[in-house]
Design a protein. Structure first.
Length: 280
């Protein structure tokens, strides 16, 4: 029987900042870091995890290595996940986490799980456990750390943001259905092989009778046509110009503070409704 302290890393900025914060401010805690791998993450995510491991001085344990996206897609008869049927989050993120924690509970351990929900995210709720021996901790909310504070932590640590933030606002699968259309265009430009893989999954799913496409209202084949790409980019640039007039510039912080949050530009909740386990 022991106290176990765990912290999930999504590959996003908030969970990375929380890991840095806990390492720097609570060095007496023997925190176990973990990452639930879907098998379809961006290369930039793995690069970022490597940088983070170097700073933490600890290995980030990888969960879910045997049951990746392809495994579960077969189980669901090639039906794509969607906002209506989010089996991807349920089976590739939540299930491995529950199994990980259950192994500790079976040993009689007390589990303290640290979740990266910020002080400025009053609407977000952490996943609760049915066990009285699992304790959810929200250090950022309890200590008043908001989005700007997260950026400050990453900047001062020297880790910085994941490289994908140059063109995308979320971690998680390369073909996450919560992506904005401009992020699909950017995926096509940055990782054309990943875009083609997503198209192939979509084609197979449609042929199998799936009612869903990755991007709402159109297939990736339609979205990737030159005239459609041009329209999506023009709309994005128009929105970005409008957003730049609204966002105050901090002359003292010209680094991470100036990154573009694509969901902000589209007036969406951060993560665009995506699960915090995936996006944060």
């Amino acid at each position: 029987m022991a106290d176990r302290h765990i912290l999930g890393i999504s590959g996003g900025k908030d969970s990375a900042a929380l890991a840095v914060y806990m390492r720097d401010n609570y060095p007496e805690l023997d925190i176990e870091y973990f990452f639930t791998d879907t098998g379809k993450e961006l290369p930039e995510v793995y690069d970022f995890l490597g940088r983070l491991e170097g700073y933490l001085g600890k290995e980030i344990k990888v969960l879910n290595q045997l049951r990746d996206f392809d495994y579960w897609l077969k189980m669901y008869n090639s039906f794509l996940p969607s906002p209506q049927t989010r089996w991807c989050t349920r089976m590739m993120k939540l299930l491995p986490l529950k199994e990980y924690i259950q192994g500790m509970l079976d040993q009689g351990d007390e589990v303290y799980s640290y979740v990266a929900i910020r002080a400025d995210e009053e609407h977000r709720v952490a996943m609760q456990s049915e066990s009285a021996h699992v304790h959810i901790k929200l250090p950022f909310r309890e200590e008043g750390i908001d989005k700007e504070g997260v950026l400050e932590i990453l900047e001062s640590s020297g880790i910085g943001l994941p490289d994908y933030y140059r063109w995308r606002s979320r971690s998680g699968c390369t073909f996450c259905f919560f992506q904005q259309k401009i992020e699909w265009v950017h995926l096509l430009e940055q990782h054309p092989d990943k875009f083609e893989e997503a198209k192939a999954y979509e084609k197979t799913a449609i042929e199998a009778g799936s009612p869903f496409t990755w991007s709402q209202g159109e297939s990736l084949n339609e979205l990737s046509k030159p005239e459609r790409i041009k329209a999506i980019k023009e709309d994005y640039e128009r929105r970005k110009r409008s957003q730049s007039f609204k966002k105050p510039q901090n002359a003292l912080r010209q680094g991470l503070d100036q990154y573009v949050d694509i969901d902000d530009i589209y007036g969406e909740d951060e993560g665009n409704g995506g699960c915090s386990i995936c996006t944060k």
